[in-house]
Ligand binder design. Structure first.
Ligand code: NAD
Length: 422
């Protein structure tokens, strides 16, 4: 099951490194620091056998990548996907690194994955893969070392199995601080599920205030209607905007008068897709991205806005809730066209911010109510946005460059303060 390189993963890695390079050059970083910060510290590949339900044995490949732990332990999700590989996990670890830094969280970036297809596995098989993978990578994990979380095709259930596995390796003592995104019963936080959408909404409100543009009546288009896409659609409508088009992997729906995201979620739960929702017209994902609107919210997968469609985007603001939805070539075109892009490492950092709150609560064994979580999330997102905006205005650079400048200078300064060991 060796990892073949998919074009999109090569792109995501190149894109993540490209934006770092731009910031490093502008900051005039020392050569040694560039080498240190551009590449992860550790890349672990694990290969392990699992007994399947039919009695056969299958070997799985898993990964954990950690960036340099300059400002804190590693933090990042675990992805289960048939096509995940080391390059993809590395790119996502790098994005996590700058995301944590831009938000001022005391973490470094990390990410993990197992190359498997959970849609074709039984619950028992997924559990055995999860427990064995956790045991394999536990050598480089820990509440002060690296704390995983859910990502694609993993969730609170897998995090609970990981806590149990790690606890069994500690003579049965309860070890909730090793992962976040757990069920609340096992030390999970209030507010985690909607955190990325809610965090994105706070940043959007700040953006609109800066641009002197009202959310009320604004036309919003959302690509992807999973956890993140459905939450942001709900927040925008509650704030007075109109969601005029939404899509998922099977296609999209549009209605210029507005779509009710709560009723749409209900339809999606019942039918498995947003397609064929009442009082809407069908729209392809391609046309959806090019729809005339005020705010476009990519909330699905990477590499959706490319040099092929960047000049056709008709949004005024792009809120990047997906990781890496815009390629580096497209980013340049959007900037030249005056479209205000709120970059992924800033826009979607609400999830890791509430993961940080969960980690803090677990350490104290003292849990906050939902209002306190939301209030602190608003504070963190607003402060992160204002730091980036200040750099954007001061250095006259686009918001993505400003976000990378903020993040890279923060970590570089910490690395200089620590100095060189030996
Ligand atoms: P999810 O699996 O809940 O939802 C993904 C949605 O995207 C689904 O509606 C799916 O049908 C749709 N989709 C998949 N492929 C598509 C395609 N080719 N075209 C159009 N739609 C497609 O995932 P999620 O948790 O909502 O995450 C969405 C994005 O946000 C991902 O890029 C993820 O990395 C990023 N993100 C998520 C979080 C989080 O807290 N969940 C945090 C930060 C970033």
């Amino acid at each position: 099951m060796a990892g073949a390189r998919k074009q999109s993963e090569v792109k995501m890695l190149q894109t993540a490194q490209h934006f770092f390079d731009v910031a490093a050059k502008r900051l005039n970083l020392e050569e040694g620091l560039i080498v240190l910060l551009r590449h992860p510290k550790r890349k672990l590949i694990v290969n392990f056998p699992i007994k399947m339900d039919d009695g056969s044995v299958t070997n799985f490949e898993g990964y954990r990548v950690q960036c340099h732990a300059i400002t804190g332990p590693g933090k990042g999700g675990i992805r289960y996907h048939p096509e995940t590989n080391l390059e993809e996990v590395e790119a996502l670890a790098i994005l996590m690194n700058w995301k944590c830094a831009v938000s001022g969280l005391p973490f470094s970036g990390a990410k993990g994955g197992v190359r498997c297809n959970p849609e074709k596995m039984s619950v028992g098989e997924i559990e055995r893969v999860t427990r064995r993978y956790a045991a394999e990578i536990a050598v480089i994990l820990g509440p002060d070392v690296d704390i995983p979380a859910p990502d694609v095709f993993t969730g609170p259930r897998e995090m609970a199995w990981i806590v149990d596995t790690i606890s069994m390796h500690h003579h049965g003592e309860f070890m909730p601080g090793w992962v976040t995104g757990k069920p609340k019963l096992l030390g999970g936080s209030e507010g985690r599920e909607a955190a990325t959408g809610r965090g994105g909404y706070f940043v959007l409100l700040e953006t609109l205030e800066h641009l002197q543009f009202k959310l009320e009546g604004a036309r919003v288009v959302v690509q992807g209607f999973g956890n993140v896409g459905s939450s942001i659609a709900r927040f925008c409508v509650a704030g007075g905007a109109k969601v005029i088009a939404v899509s998922d992997v099977r296609g999209g729906v549009a209605n210029a008068k507005g779509i009710d995201p709560v009723a749409l979620k209900e339809h999606e739960r019942r039918t498995g897709s947003v397609v064929d929702f009442k009082n809407t017209e069908a729209i392809t994902n391609k046309d959806l991205l090019e729809t005339d609107c005020d705010i476009l919210v990519p909330s699905a997968i990477e590499d959706q806005i490319t040099k092929a469609n960047a000049h056709k985007i008709r949004a005024k603001v792009i809120l990047e809730l997906a990781n890496g939805p815009t390629t580096m070539e497209a980013d340049k075109i959007l900037h030249e066209r005056g479209i205000f892009v709120i970059p992924d490492i800033l826009a979607n950092s609400g999830g890791v911010t509430v993961s940080y709150f969960e980690w803090v609560q677990d350490r104290y064994r003292y849990f906050w109510d939902a209002d306190r979580v939301d209030e602190r999330l608003e504070q963190f997102m607003t402060e992160a946005f204002r730091r980036v905006l200040q750099t954007h205005l001061r250095d006259k650079v686009d918001m993505r460059t400003a976000a990378y400048l903020t993040a890279v200078s923060h970590v570089a300064e910490a690395a200089r303060a620590r100095g060189l060991y030996a």
